[in-house]
Design a protein. Structure first.
Lengths: 402, 176
């Protein structure tokens, strides 16, 4: 039997149930606290004063605030094992349905992840695991013929890498069929008839909406919706998907997800009077264009390209993207900086006036009248009390290439 | 319960439910826009704050001036003058923000100044529902009378929605 869930375990284990509302309230208060502290410390009343002891106290205060912030964030972290255990039960069910014998190995179940993330992980992971069990693993007879043990293996592992949690579903099955996927991808117009994509680029198409190669649609998978669920959940969680496969040896699907949805490591940019924040991991570089590096293309849809080491990257001007008429997004700096973002639709260069800072920001969802703001993850509360819009570079990139 | 259609319309509005006998639903916070007096149901109002530093946001209509950070909450601000197509006016020390929760989302209304909280029983509210002259739900829930004073009562849900709510010309006449 699996171990009882933490909530259900004996009271002497020192665990207590706390409603997530209370934790959200605490997080809000911690945010307010750190804002008030920086307001106090940066108060204009203090300017010109010599404050030796005060500065030391401020330093200590800031350290404590940061620790309180970390501790509050930790409250929302739960072990990913809860999700894994549910999947283990599902795999037993799959064994029954497919007649395959599956050895499920779990590694790193104690990896901590935001409860909000954990709650959303089950469905997409279920689809990946189902796919492995249904299409990846061969029948016992096929496996024995291929010289493998008759029992297939699915390894579910989690590990924290920096501010990301990496969840990997690996099977030792037949691997993805390059031939079949490429044929299907060409039929669906993802690649030209003579194009020979890199494996990583090819495997990625299996997550494209409507793409499914299962020759027979089983009741388990193959309807092409599973991967869509995975895709949309990963977008909502600001995660990335990677696939790797070796014919005859198996397939490995890796999900990279930020540990916490509440805080985000961002670079803060300014354009006109507007502040923007972008998650640090999408920024590939920051460049100052030399004269002649920007190329205007009047033909077609009036685009602009930036030459970076011989490559031309499409430029996305935010004032144009947002159709800004108030001139609030008008660049004010004589020589703007170009921030180059990595997106799945290729790199894009976004001109901004200046790059202000790199900081951990508190994320707030866009609700009510702000819900319709395009290409944004939400609002970021900065340490200064200012609010920046967190750019979703994927959607910016898609908007540029569209 | 016997209701005409306008009655049915109004009782859908959150917090302004006229069928509710709770006193708070007959209380209105009144505020000034130019020389007109408006009112919103107090039940939706969470607080009133002075003007703060507004940070602009892209991709919103011109009457959404931006957001403020109110103790860690990001609240979009709507300039109600601009919302009604009235001339813009520089903010001064009387300008205030009425923070409301409408349809489970916060919104701040920038108004020229708040007046007071009035109790206006339904009997003293004229509900013509004709002001909008269109099929969509009107932004004006009714005209409230308290003695000699008149307040134009707004339907906050419609006010906050994306519908066009330019006031018809005869409203200022009705408000006299």
């Amino acid at each position: 039997m699996s171990a009882p869930s933490p909530e259900a375990s004996a009271p002497d284990s020192g665990l207590m149930r706390v409603s997530s509302d209370k934790i959200s309230r605490l997080m809000d208060l911690v945010g307010e606290l750190s804002l008030s502290v920086s307001e106090t410390v940066q108060s204009s009343d203090l300017s010109g004063l010599v404050l030796t002891n005060f500065d030391a106290a401020v330093h200590r205060l800031n350290m404590i605030v940061r620790e309180v912030q970390d501790a509050a964030t930790e409250l929302r972290l739960v072990p990913v094992d809860d999700v894994f255990r549910r999947l283990r039960r599902m795999v037993r069910e799959l064994e029954r349905q497919t007649g395959k014998s599956i050895d499920m190995v779990i590694v790193g179940g104690d990896t901590a992840i935001d409860k909000l993330v954990a709650d959303k992980l089950y469905d997409p992971l279920l689809h990946v695991v189902r796919n492995s069990a249904d299409h990846g693993l061969e029948t016992p007879e096929e496996r024995e013929k291929a010289g493998k043990s008759s029992q297939g293996r699915i390894t579910l592992s989690a590990a924290q890498v920096g501010s990301e949690v990496q969840i990997v579903v690996a099977d030792d099955g037949r691997g993805l069929s390059r031939e079949r996927i490429l044929k299907k991808a060409r039929e669906k117009g993802f690649f030209g008839p003579d194009e020979e994509p890199e494996p990583a680029a090819l495997w990625r198409v299996i997550f494209e909406p409507g793409f499914s190669t299962a020759e027979t649609v089983s009741n388990l998978s193959g309807r092409g919706v599973g991967m869509d669920v995975l895709n949309s959940t990963m977008t909502a969680l600001r995660g990335r998907i990677g696939v790797d496969s070796t014919a005859g040896q198996g397939t490995r699907v890796a999900l990279h997800i930020p540990v916490s949805l509440a805080f985000l490591d961002c670079i803060i940019l300014r354009l006109g009077v507007q502040l923007f924040a972008v998650p640090i991991d999408v920024v590939s570089e920051i460049a100052k264009p030399a004269p002649g590096d920007l190329l205007n293309i009047s033909a077609g849809d009036r685009s602009e390209m930036f030459r970076l080491r011989g490559n031309y990257i499409p430029v996305c001007r935010l004032d144009r993207f947002y159709g800004d008429t108030s001139r609030r997004l008008q660049g004010t700096h004589p020589d703007p900086v170009l921030v180059v973002f990595n997106t799945s639709s290729g790199s894009i260069a976004v001109p901004v006036d200046e790059i202000l800072d790199r900081q951990q920001v508190v994320m707030k969802p866009l609700i009510g009248r702000l819900a319709k703001v395009r290409a944004s993850w939400g609002c970021a509360l900065l340490g200064t009390g200012e609010v920046a819009l967190v750019l979703d570079c994927e959607r910016l990139g898609a908007g540029v290439s569209a | 319960m016997a209701e005409d259609t306008s009655e049915a319309n109004r009782s859908r509005s959150a917090g302004l439910g006229v069928t509710d006998t709770d006193n708070i639903d007959e209380m209105y916070l009144t505020f000034a826009l130019a020389n007109e007096e408006y009112g919103v149901g107090i039940a939706d109002v969470t607080e009133i704050v002075g003007m703060q530093r507004i940070m602009s946001v892209p991709d919103v209509p011109h009457y959404i001036k931006g957001v403020i950070n109110l103790r860690g909450k990001v609240i979009p601000l709507m300039d109600v003058r601009l919302r009604f197509g009235m001339p813009e006016r520089a903010y001064d020390e009387r300008t205030v923000v009425i923070v409301m929760d409408v349809a489970e989302a916060p919104i701040g209304l920038i108004v020229d100044g708040v007046s007071e909280v009035l109790e206006i029983p339904p009997a003293q509210v004229d509900r013509h529902a004709q002001f909008g002259r269109s099929s969509s739900r009107p932004v004006i829930a009714g005209i409230g009378r308290v003695g000699e004073r008149v307040a134009i009562l707004l339907d906050a849900t419609v006010l906050v929605s994306e519908n066009d709510v330019a006031l018809p010309a005869d409203i200022s006449v009705a408000a006299q």
